[in-house]
Design a protein around this ligand. Sequence first.
Ligand SMILES: CC(C)(COP(=O)(O)OP(=O)(O)OC[C@H]1O[C@@H](n2cnc3c(N)ncnc32)[C@H](O)[C@@H]1OP(=O)(O)O)[C@@H](O)C(=O)NCCC(=O)NCCS
Length: 181
Amino acid sequence: MTTLRLRPEGPADTGPVRRVLAAAFARPDGTTPGEVALVEELRGSEAWIPELAMVAEYGGEVVGYALLSRVRVKSDDVTAPAVALGPVAVAPHRQRVGHGTAAVQAVLDAATELGERLVVVLGDPAYYRRFGFAPADRMGLTSPWSGLGEPWQALVLPPSVSGEPAPPRGEVVFPAPWSRV
Ligand SMILES: CC(C)(COP(=O)(O)OP(=O)(O)OC[C@H]1O[C@@H](n2cnc3c(N)ncnc32)[C@H](O)[C@@H]1OP(=O)(O)O)[C@@H](O)C(=O)NCCC(=O)NCCS
């Protein structure tokens, strides 16, 4: 039986990941979607966390992708780390069979293992609430997307050791590649 395999991306995955992103976010005018440049610019930046770039492989083919990368939460003079989810993409011919859900859950689990405490995402609440995401403004988190309301969401991950400080609140600052989307 063919099963889905989730694993961190490797050097050989760059082309396949690009193809999945281009197909999933395809634009009516045929231009390359901004999500392709977003991933390629993040990959060469300090925001990149290799363990948290996850491909979903089915029958030896890369069919899905989920990425968490570094963002900062600023509050008064303190800056704390968090991670942003996205892009999440599944090749159109393999959508709606659970690959997207599996890929997102895999990066969230890997982030928990690494001791990350806070994940933010901009996306459809109907999709992301299944992972536990909730409106981020209610958690005291702002961003350039706060004004969009419900799509601006956050998830607190369980602490990896007891006694960890509470997850940060404040202004979430996204690195420059995010201006691509
Ligand atoms: C969104 C996406 C990643 C979901 O992956 P998937 O493998 O198709 O989704 P799954 O099979 O894991 O989950 C299917 C469920 O998600 C829902 N769903 C799928 N795409 C959705 C969307 N864009 N908005 C809301 N819900 C969506 C389905 O209705 C289904 O719900 P159900 O479980 O209640 O029946 C995929 O459809 C995709 O690549 N879309 C284009 C790119 C995109 O919009 N990415 C998300 C923004 S970063």
